[in-house]
Design a protein around this ligand. Sequence first.
Ligand SMILES: [Zn+2]
Length: 482
Amino acid sequence: MVSAELTSEYKRVRLSNVNHQDILSLTQKGIDIDHVWDDNAIIYIRSNSLSILDTMNISYTVLRKPDVRNKEGYHSYTEIGETLTSIATSYPNICKLYTIGKSYEGRNLWFMKISDNVEIEEDEPEVKYISTMHGDEPVGTELCLNFIHYLVNNYESDPRVTDLVNEMEIWVMPLMNPDGYVHQQRYNMQGIDLNRGFPDRVKDNINTTEGRAIEIQHLMNWAFKHSSVLSANFHTGATVVNYPYDSDFDYYKDYSATPDEELMKTIALSYASLNKSMNESSYFPSGITNGVEWYTAYGGMQDWNYIWLGCNEMTIELNDVKWPSFSEIPSLWNENREAMLTYISWALRGIRGVVTDAETGMPINAIVRVLGIDHDIYTDPDVGDYHRLLLPGVYSVSISADGYLTKIMTDITVDEGHATRHDIQLFPQSFTDIRNAIIILKLISNFQINEPIQKLDITNDGKIGIPDLIDFMRLIAFDPHS
Ligand SMILES: [Zn+2]
């Protein structure tokens, strides 16, 4: 475990005249890249590692510690808790406030759920917004609070807000790194960068919580029990929507596309096009970037979401200045409100349905795979619902689960509107044994039937099982042709 004192050794350093390879080499050496623009970069580096820069002949300036940021106007940690509690109390039908764990210094990690029938889990896509995993990037915290206010204030008066709240389960965590926020620092109080500490596919591909920052552990444990399909984490330091991947097996790649590249770009664009500063960005075309295209980062939360949870997550950088004066928050909220609403609405597109056991009707923990897109998503085992975000087109989809026969659906049409619904019943694997027995009996008895599989429900009780087999044996025993 890293002691808290070590965090004080971190220097914030500006590099100039660096190229893509320099940045990559620094990342390989474990240096924390904050952001990159033109041939400049801001990095975080321990003072005893500054010699690395000298060795690489990189010119740099150690930035003075930022002045104590102007907290005026920003909600304090305590006020954030009071605000969330008060909203949850005022709108108990659509808001429920969870504390999913405590930070290293014992502060609450609040997660607000906003949905109709908020007490129960329904056949609805789960989406999440998480902000300020870097404690010195507080804009998203304020925007998340505004977002929650906006949803509850407009529920049942604004049809779009009403639909979003009724049709999905919206989770908002305004402050993932409360200790960092209180101490106005990037890291948590174990000295860990929370956006470099998740499992990824390249350097740390073991999807367990062991040995990770305490805040990451709580978030991972929460995510394992939920099935979010779309999410974003908010930062400052740039103004751009960054979509996966943030790292690649090939160190020398300068772009790393996911199998859902077109979908990712389209969703990223739908956010950025509604945000004036992103849309008019002179540095990022259309206000979006692929993670690796910008700079490689290992252990980021967005890649973990996509790779390990099947959830489309992006990293949204809200403002070039990390901690702007609070007087800028209203215009930042104006710039992002529409984008935040539109972004989550993507969770309602593509194909959706509920996967159940054909015999018992119970929900199944199943894998949903679109043929031709090498990326699985999963049902939520509590309800059995799946939500596969897709662009308009015609798809083939396979649904599989341990102990069940795989089902393949072809010619599934997805259009611009709400998701196409396909509820799926899977037959248990044991069903094949019965079917095989019947086929063998057919061969032995030369019994001629050409009925579809469903017709094997001879006892007509809606299920196929041993009683059907027994009935079938009786049937052929009395069949005049056998
Ligand atoms: Zn950040």
